[in-house]
Design a protein around this ligand. Structure first.
Ligand SMILES: [Zn+2]
Length: 262
């Protein structure tokens, strides 16, 4: 059993084992009295509210026994709901969730969910989300589980404890992921086809221009007026013929890319 000092966990936390003039109900946990305040607890938990109302009607002693509860865990829960607002952490999150579920303390459940959302969204968290209906955590963990392969999922110890609806959600999510991937591949294929066609057209254009350049010296109509009808070889000594060819080459070159491919 924890000592009073341990239950107090430092001087700034309320010591529930000490009598308080304003306390109007005593919770008995593992034989220890915890002095608390009805109105305050009733604000947090409809279960406690109902308990106190029933207790009032029976006009019995202002003591309520909570059998089966652990003193340390109960004190931790009280520290979380009293103004000290003890933080949720790795050590307390599991039993706090269980107690918050039993006493329907939604705000503590929400705080536990926020804490869990900041950590690993593994199957352990998924089991908690599943058990305590923590929707945001559930969605995030499903996303995480979807990223695992089915083989890796099955290797996890928690796998057997996943409910059929959870498994179903994971499978559906995986199928959707594959469907998304298939349409991504299809889109990529279409884009590549377009690019391929563009490249082919560019190749044809360049080849046709190169062909034109190659033919320049063999095409009589591209020569100067004196040699135009001349079917003989190109006369390299004619300045006008050379100038005409040069102008044609210059024109073609300006229409083609100038980059050298390394
Ligand atoms: Zn000429």
């Amino acid at each position: 059993m924890a000592t009073k000092a341990q239950l107090q966990q430092g001087n700034n936390l309320r010591d529930f084992t000490q009598k308080d003039e304003l306390s109007d109900v005593t919770l008995i946990v593992q034989g220890e009295p915890l002095y608390v305040h009805k109105v305050y607890l009733a604000e947090w938990s409809p279960v406690w509210r109902a308990m106190f109302v029933a207790n009032f009607r029976e006009k019995s002693a202002q003591e309520i026994e909570l059998p089966g509860k652990e003193l340390e865990q109960m004190v931790e829960l009280l520290h979380c709901i009293y103004p000290s607002q003890q933080a949720i952490n790795e050590e307390n999150v599991h039993f706090l969730l269980e107690l918050a579920e039993e006493y329907q303390i939604e705000k503590i459940k929400q705080r536990c969910e926020v804490f869990l959302l900041s950590g690993n969204t593994d199957l352990e968290s998924l089991l908690l989300a599943q058990r305590y209906c923590l929707d945001k955590l559930y969605t995030k963990c499903i996303e995480g589980a979807t990223r695992l392969t089915l083989e890796d999922l099955e290797k996890c110890d928690e796998f057997q404890q996943l409910e059929p609806r959870t498994l179903n959600t994971i499978y559906k999510s995986k199928i959707n992921t594959m469907r998304d991937y298939a349409s991504y591949i299809k889109e990529k294929e279409v884009a590549m086809e377009k690019e391929c066609n563009k490249v082919s057209r560019e190749r044809d254009r360049i080849q046709s221009k190169l062909q034109t350049v190659k033919m320049l010296w063999e095409t009589p109509s591209k020569r100067c007026y004196r040699h135009m009808g001349n079917t003989a070889m190109f006369d390299f000594s004619c300045r006008e013929c050379n100038e005409k060819v040069y102008r044609e080459i210059k024109k073609l070159c300006s229409e083609l890319p100038n980059n050298r491919i390394n």
